[in-house]
Design a protein around this ligand. Structure first.
Ligand SMILES: *Cc1c(COP(=O)(O)O)cnc(C)c1O
Length: 449
């Protein structure tokens, strides 16, 4: 076994904590193919008190001293303590707004509902939080002389957008493998515009995943898919940031959608550090929402996690979580056990109706956020969430990245039950009398008593 790696954080095998690697080693899994995690020297972090950490985060937030103004890099010591600031590749990700969804909460019967809009970010999803860390570490390794010809991922959407943007900012070549013909224009255009080498392959997502693993093993291309645990280190700041934005008042619940299950694992990892370092003294409960079409975690939860059976995921409007065999399932189950977690599922009709109802109150939800909204409402109905509890829903992407399903919903061309909130544009001749009559009728219909 290798000696203890240098530095204040290192990779460690989940299965065997004595198997460790430096963060500057190119390694994605342990010797038996299991996941690694990044472990920090907690004694070193405990040299600052909880209050000192809070003050430090507060001083740095949104300021210009490089790179600490970013929500991720303001917590640099907790993320990548040893990296040189010059090698950080940041676009000031994080510090996305957390707001009190007053009207929506009131309509569904919750008095203290908050939405964390992770999609109000550089490439429009929370994937920026992890990618800034991964690409920064790559830049550091290249600066130290490592030969890394490119960074690559297989993806159909948000991961490739984040990789392409951060790699472009760092002048590092990026390669994206997408299944040909299965990608919408919005999903394709971000890596294309950012100059990634974009392959549209005659296969599906799994086929792309096979190719990216092969080029990473045989050609030294650095793998940016979510088995790479560096991404979790950035994503975990979402949990820290939520608490910071709530002035360290611990919510009763945090609700999050899950596909490959890296993000819920990351959320819990951030909370773990807050507890361990004394910044909070109480745990929130965690709820993961899954689409019914891709619900292996939900099925396992129903059996108390005694078995976990991968499934063949079916198509869902929540395309970023259409995953039947999630990479981070062990980390996620561990997280749910520690945070008194629950898992709920959402049907396609429930997802689109939840998005539409919440959009009516001024939100603009992506379908994955819709899954979390359904999960939250189910817990409210079953009495697990009480009406006065503080609830945070993690919104994972910007609604503008996922407009096709909204168009279909409002044009009433979606399969399934007819939509409750369809609001198609009114097509009319441009004659004042016609327009006025119709306008007054609509105002009365919608807002009249
Ligand atoms: C990646 C992604 C998810 C799922 O996150 P996991 O870590 O795979 O569970 C959810 N929503 C959006 C918008 C995503 O891009």
């Amino acid at each position: 076994m290798a000696a203890q790696p240098k530095g204040q954080a290192w990779f460690e095998s989940l299965a065997d904590p004595s198997e460790r690697y430096g963060l500057d080693e190119i390694v994605y899994t342990d010797q038996s193919g299991g996941l690694l995690q990044v472990v920090h020297d907690m004694d070193a972090l405990k040299e600052r008190s909880a209050d000192e950490w809070k003050q430090l985060f507060d001083q740095r937030a949104r300021r210009t001293e490089w790179p600490y103004g970013s929500g991720v890099w303001g917590k640099k010591e907790w993320v990548l303590p040893d990296i040189k600031p010059d090698n950080v590749v940041s676009m000031y990700e994080g510090y996305t707004n957390l707001f009190w969804a007053e009207r929506y909460g009131r309509e569904i019967g919750l008095n203290d509902l908050w939405i964390k809009l992770c999609g109000n970010s550089h490439t429009g999803s929370f994937k920026d939080l992890g990618m800034t860390v991964l690409v920064s570490q790559v830049k550091e390794m290249i600066a130290q002389g490592a030969e890394i010809p490119a960074v690559a991922c297989a993806s159909t959407g948000d991961t490739s957008a984040a990789l392409a943007a951060y790699a472009a900012a760092a002048s590092i070549p990026s390669v994206v493998f997408l299944p040909r013909g299965k990608i919408s224009l919005a999903q394709l255009i971000q890596p294309v515009a950012n100059g990634a080498i974009v392959f549209a392959l005659d296969t599906d997502f799994d086929g792309c995943m096979k190719i990216v693993r092969e080029v990473s093993e045989r050609d030294g291309v650095y793998l940016a898919n979510s088995m790479n645990s560096l991404r979790i280190e950035g994503q975990k700041t979402v949990g820290i940031e939520i608490l910071e934005q709530l002035d360290w008042n611990v919510p009763d619940w945090i609700v999050i959608p899950g596909g490959n299950l890296g993000n819920v694992s990351a959320l819990a990892k951030g909370l773990d550090m807050l507890l361990d370092l004394g910044l909070i003294d109480r745990k929130p409960r965690i709820c993961v929402g899954q689409a019914q079409a891709a619900n292996p975690l939900y099925l396992a939860y129903k059996k108390d996690f005694e078995v976990f059976e991968p499934i063949a995921a079916r198509p869902t409007v929540a395309s970023a979580i259409q995953i039947g065999d999630p990479v981070s399932r062990d980390k996620a189950i561990d997280a749910l056990r520690r945070y008194d977690g629950v898992v709920e599922e959402a049907s396609e009709a429930e997802i689109v109706e939840a998005c539409a109802a919440a959009d009516r109150t001024g939100l603009f939800n992506c379908p994955h956020t819709g899954v979390a909204l359904v999960a939250m409402q189910k817990l409210l109905k079953s009495g697990q969430i009480h009406k006065d509890e503080k609830v945070v829903v993690v919104s994972t992407a910007h609604g503008l990245k996922f407009t096709d399903f909204k168009r279909d919903y409002h044009e009433m061309t979606l399969e399934g039950p007819s939509p409750l909130h369809a609001n198609p544009p009114i097509e009319l001749s441009a004659r004042y009398d016609d327009v006025r009559d119709r306008m007054l009728r609509e105002i009365d219909l919608r807002f009249g008593s």
